[in-house]
Design a protein around this ligand. Structure first.
Ligand SMILES: Nc1nc2c(c(=O)[nH]1)N[C@H]1C(S)=C(S)[C@@H](COP(=O)(O)OP(=O)(O)OC[C@H]3O[C@@H](n4cnc5c(=O)[nH]c(N)nc54)[C@H](O)[C@@H]3O)O[C@H]1N2
Ligand SMILES: Nc1nc2c(c(=O)[nH]1)N[C@H]1C(S)=C(S)[C@@H](COP(=O)(O)OP(=O)(O)OC[C@H]3O[C@@H](n4cnc5c(=O)[nH]c(N)nc54)[C@H](O)[C@@H]3O)O[C@H]1N2
Ligand code: SF4
Ligand SMILES: [Mo]
Length: 799
């Protein structure tokens, strides 16, 4: 078995930040965790003081488990189960800290899991749409009717439009688990003719596409345990204090204690800046490459570059190391010194673009180039822009000219992922007879008029699409509306019932996307199913996610109803192989054991006691071999070298992705003429109180933050705005009205909002929920054909 769907899902298989076994293993003591504690309830009264439940003298089980959200972490939470109810959530006890395991204590979202699972607004029954699509009017139907309807629609739509009219939408609500309805529906579709696949991760797909142009591979990540002696870390648009990224903070805190200096480059004074930064350098969004160019200018003009490294391993630094057949003055030095365009890429030049003072740029460049080793670590915020590929590659060029590639304590930049990263095997999804693939950014066009989705727009493995999308499955996603850029464009297409004929959604809540379902199914939560939780790169372990409680009302797991649909389509035996959900999990554990004989993985029975498994792995420095033994380990680029200049990009001749990935003004960036009309750049970030839009409705988490628009005092004053004023945030795509929060934590010229709030249009179509995606753009990036959720201009007025 293997998970053969990594290109089309949000798999974090090649996550950027990877740690392995802890180096500073202090004791030789055997691993002792108490994953499964049984304690007698000691409440003397008839009612339990914590829960209010009558105390029937039953035992409270404390079970180590985890959620399967796509939240950046995979923490060890302890569910206290009593009388079939989870009565409390606690976290890994202090005493259980095992020196080899990263700290995995629950974040604020984890502490609030009960309120997500036991919420009166949770969906309870299968529901069929009765009003117009999107109105949100449904009637309860039986599961039998629901699965019959799905089977009939699958047959009818496939007969009429072919299997390529079937689409499975982005759905990361369950992607932290080894098993999900969202992957099993693909298996069912493959058994019945196939479906139209998509590629591109909206999380980090732009970086993933760009990195191989420097290194020949996307696997450019070192493990974080190699950074413990690093003297300087630049967190470049990276906010792990909120986004977690496995257990990055665990390492950064150690490093901070050991004296590592942290610099944060971010338009916002992020929580990570609060936690770690010795210096905060704000810059205008999308201008990262100008800052990088000027840093490189300082480094090379002051002779701080690593000449020996550059001579030995790279191509394109100066005119003497250019590939044949390329015109003159295309090298990095020629660019920086203005040989072609007459512009010296000085700090003064960059100051005008980025708003970072020239002297700060000089210091930053000198600090980075003279501190050895140093790690410039880029998050995914800077690449979720329409210049994202350039920013991602820019960081690889800086690492290269300072000789920080392949060196312990350095950081190569780019995508990250370690090629040998191990995860659980998944369930085989079978062969998909439909070969065409679209970028996720093409889905709206494929709904509207698929003949317009051309290879130059992102279509792969086909010259054209034969059919529009006619049927959508959205199982654990809020991407049809809420999370998709330019919601108003998306919902206009979805509302047109002559376009998509049938939409099946499953969720726990009536989300803005679920409102567009024709059939809306109430799934169980992770507490009501068996699964295995898998970490992103920095936590090299997996954990059992146990079924703790029975589902209430008519909630069912997606897999269960998919089985029934399979039965009605006559493919149930092939689909389920006779297994229920738990048996699939057992199989996944067994298959993973077979695939990794050296790992000494637990059997399922052992896992029931052990609860987790930490993979054995050595500290890993990306490209160490390519650097120590280049003759036998050339870089997997066409030239065998690190390509500062990429001939492949040069040959594309696309000004948006130049061969050197230098600064080019972004669409809707600070140099766009549209700025006269919409003078503020807006960005979003991932707040600590939800995972994208998951847990939005959780009342505890709504108390953590109000949904506000961050604005700098200077911009507020210019608009005569006072703290808490309701403001109208608008551009040509939409309007949102929420309170303003006036704060120097965001630089002038930039406003910022937490991503993931639910879209709540009033009768005039004005969003009242603070959903940024009424304003964001569906513009496609040049190389990856990917998303640019972060690049937009707006104006803000008092509402
Ligand atoms: N709490 C929480 N954690 C999460 C998630 C969540 O929703 N909530 N989501 C998870 C998911 S699915 C993902 S993909 C990851 C994403 O993780 P990231 O993409 O790294 O997170 P973001 O918050 O989008 O962006 C990181 C930082 O980039 C900054 N930034 C934005 N634009 C620019 C720019 O032009 N230049 C620079 N230098 N910085 C910029 C933002 O201000 C922000 O502080 O997080 C995961 N973790
Ligand atoms: N403006 C802006 N937009 C963005 C981003 C951004 O930075 N800014 N980030 C983008 C990124 S990186 C990502 S990954 C996407 C994420 O977008 P999505 O993949 O849509 O993720 P969520 O918004 O978390 O929606 C997941 C849904 O699954 C539901 N769910 C949770 N658990 C279960 C379950 O067990 N069963 C079922 N059936 N449902 C469940 C949740 O209630 C939620 O409605 O958003 C993207 N959109
Ligand atoms: S939401 Fe994610 S980061 Fe928070 S406790 Fe759960 S697994 Fe950990
Ligand atoms: Mo993501």
């Amino acid at each position: 078995m293997k998970n053969n769907d990594n290109n089309t899902t949000e798999s974090k298989e090649f996550s950027q930040f990877t740690i392995n076994r802890r180096q500073f293993l202090q004791t030789g003591t055997a691993l002792v965790t108490l994953p499964f504690i049984t304690s007698k309830s000691i409440a003397a009264d008839t009612a339990d003081s914590k829960t209010g439940l009558p105390d029937l003298g039953e035992e409270e089980r404390v079970v180590q488990t985890c959620s399967t959200f796509d939240c950046g972490g995979k923490c060890d939470i302890r569910a206290h189960v009593k009388q079939g109810t989870v009565v409390r959530i606690s976290s890994r006890p202090e005493g259980a800290l095992d020196p080899e395991m990263p700290v995995m204590r629950a974040c604020v979202r984890g502490r609030g899991y009960r309120k997500f699972v036991y919420h009166p607004n949770r969906l309870k029954y299968p529901m069929l749409r009765v009003g117009k699509r999107g109105e949100g009017k449904f009637k309860q139907i039986s599961w039998d009717d629901a699965t019959t309807l799905i089977a009939e629609k699958m047959k009818q739509i496939t007969a009429q439009h072919g299997p390529a009219s079937r689409f499975v939408h982005t759905a990361t609500g369950v992607s932290g688990g080894a098993f999900s309805g969202n992957t099993m529906v693909k298996r069912l579709l493959n058994l019945t003719g196939g479906y139209l696949r998509y590629y591109h991760s909206v999380s980090m797909g732009n970086t993933a596409a760009a990195t191989p142009y420097t290194y020949g591979t996307a696997a450019s990540g070192s493990s974080l345990d190699t950074l413990l002696d690093t003297k300087l870390v630049i967190l470049w648009g990276h906010n792990p204090t909120e986004t977690i990224f496995g257990h990055t903070n665990h390492f950064y805190q150690q490093m901070k204690k050991n004296g590592t200096r942290f610099i944060v480059v971010d338009p916002r004074y992020s929580d990570s800046a609060i936690s770690f930064a010795d210096q905060w350098i704000p810059l205008l969004p999308t201008t990262d490459n100008a800052l990088m160019d000027a840093m490189m200018y300082v480094i090379v003009t002051e002779g701080l570059h690593d000449k020996a490294f550059i001579d030995r391993y790279t191509l394109g630094f100066d005119e003497s190391s250019m590939p044949e057949g390329v015109a003159e003055n295309e090298s990095l030095i020629s660019y920086l010194t203005g040989k072609k365009d007459g512009v010296l890429k000085t700090p003064e030049w960059a100051e005008k673009i980025t708003k970072v003072p020239a002297q700060t740029i000089r210091q930053l460049a000198r600090n980075y180039a003279t501190t050895k080793p140093a790690a410039l670590i880029q998050g995914w915020g800077p690449q979720r822009h329409n210049c994202g590929e350039r920013s991602a590659r820019g960081s690889t060029l800086l690492a290269t000219i300072t000789g920080n590639v392949g060196v312990k304590g350095g950081w190569a930049g780019g995508y990250g992922g370690i090629a040998s990263r191990k995860f659980m095997t998944g369930v085989e999804q079978g062969d998909n007879p439909v070969k065409a693939r679209i970028s996720i950014m093409n889905w709206m066009q494929a709904v509207d008029d698929a003949s317009k989705v051309r290879p130059e727009d992102g279509l792969k493995d086909a010259d054209k699409l034969d059919t529009n999308i006619k049927m959508i499955f959205s199982l654990a996603g809020n991407y049809m509306a809420n999370q998709n850029p330019d919601i108003n464009q998306a919902v206009k297409l979805l509302e047109d019932e002559s376009k998509v004929e049938f939409i099946v959604a499953s969720d726990l809540y009536l989300t803005p996307s679920a409102k567009y379902a024709d059939l809306l199914l109430p799934e169980t939560s992770f507490m009501e199913r068996w699964n295995i939780g898998e970490t992103w790169g920095t936590g090299s372990y997996f954990m059992l996610s146990e079924k703790l409680i029975e589902p209430d009302f008519q909630r069912r797991s997606d897999y269960e109803w998919l089985r029934e649909v399979a039965e009605k389509l006559g493919v149930e035996p092939a689909f389920s192989e006779g297994r229920d959900e738990k048996q699939w999990i057992e199989l996944i554990v067994e298959q993973t054991r077979l695939a990794m004989p050296d790992e000494n993985l637990p059997t399922f029975e052992q896992l029931l006691k052990q609860r987790q498994h930490l993979f054995k792995s050595q500290p890993h420095v990306a490209f160490a071999k390519n650097i120590s033994d280049p003759a036998n380990h050339p870089f997997p680029t066409p030239s065998g070298k690190i390509e500062i200049f990429s001939q492949r990009l040069y040959d594309m001749n696309n000004p948006e992705i130049p061969a050197l990935s230098h600064y080019v003004p972004a669409h809707e960036g600070p140099e766009d003429a549209l700025k006269d009309k919409y003078p503020l750049q807006m960005i979003t970030w991932k707040g600590k109180h939800r995972a994208n839009s998951t847990q939005y409705a959780n009342p505890w988490l709504q108390e953590v933050h109000l949904q506000t628009l961050w604005m700098n005092p200077a911009d507020a004053e210019r608009r005569s705005l006072a703290e808490g004023d309701e403001v109208r945030i608008y551009n040509d795509r939409g309007v949102s009205i929420i309170p303003v929060e006036i704060t120097p934590r965001v630089m002038p010229g930039v406003v910022a909002m937490r991503a993931g709030a639910w879209w709540s249009p009033d009768k005039d179509g004005v969003d009242r929920g603070g959903c940024p995606n009424v304003l964001t753009s569906a513009r496609i990036t040049a190389l990856a054909k990917g998303n640019s959720h972060q690049t937009l201009l707006v104006e803000v007025k008092k509402a």
